[in-house]
Design a protein around this ligand. Structure first.
Ligand code: GTP
Length: 217
């Protein structure tokens, strides 16, 4: 059963609605791969959800998810930003809000919509008019100095995912130190290490979504 959440009231949305979760982060950090890994876990938990992807001038990520066979293709909507990805998740999220509203109209009772941003830089953040809660995905191959650079995306997100931990030995990254620095700059707020391709950390990300926006434990 869905309820009128504080999140919906805060965002000015009337009535019961799906929780809206953003997934942002640098190009190639593993945002789409994280969604591909989350889909079966969310399905297994009986969560009714859909996905909105954002790309620059194509529908590449949406087509990848639709072709995957993991999810009903009708539950995947593509937004073409046509400009720097942060413009349509922060400055003017109208296209994404409309895409979410359309999914809610087509799938009454839907509980959760995941919004994947196009790959951006460390300053990328989501508007709280669009999402209730958001994840920022970085990866170890981007360098262990990323947490020390303290970009707004990494600092302000509700959950920081540090992906591709399997690659740490190959790129000279001390993963324990990287995680420790990430937690320190975030003043102890949530950080989850993942190896999305190997299925490591996915349940923890699903747990965080469930507890934070679906209020399921
Ligand atoms: N080794 C390893 N590779 C990964 C992992 N997660 C993703 N990848 C690979 O990293 C590449 C980029 O992954 P994507 O999921 O396309 O990344 P993205 O963030 O969606 O990329 P953009 O949408 O272009 O910004 C792909 O080749 C993935 O297979 C991981 O945990 N470990």
């Amino acid at each position: 059963m869905r309820v009128q959440t504080a999140f919906n009231l805060q965002a000015g949305r009337s009535g019961p609605g799906a929780a809206r979760v953003g997934i942002g982060g640098p190009v190639g950090s593993g945002k789409t791969a994280l969604i591909e890994a989350l889909i079966p876990v969310l399905q297994q938990r009986g969560i009714d959800f859909a996905v909105v992807t954002n790309d620059l001038v194509t529908k590449e990520d949406a087509e990848r998810l639709r072709r995957s066979g993991l999810i009903d293709p009708a539950r995947v909507t593509a937004v073409e930003a046509g400009a720097c990805p942060h413009t349509v998740i922060r400055e003017d999220p109208t296209l994404n809000i409309a895409a979410g509203d359309d999914l809610e109209a087509r799938f009454p009772g839907i509980e959760l919509i995941l919004f994947e941003s196009g790959g951006d830089n460390l300053a990328s953040t989501f508007s709280l008019d669009l999402v209730d809660w958001w994840i920022f995905v970085i990866d170890v191959a981007g360098g262990d100095d990323i947490p020390r650079k303290k970009g707004p995306g990494l600092l302000r997100c509700d959950l920081l995912v540090v992906n591709k931990v399997d690659l740490a030995p190959y790129v000279g990254v001390n993963i324990d130190r990287m995680l420790e620095e990430a937690r320190a700059v975030r003043s102890g707020r949530a950080v989850i290490p993942t190896n999305v391709r190997g299925g490591f950390g996915i349940e923890e990300v699903a747990d965080a979504i469930s507890a934070s926006v679906l209020f399921r434990v």
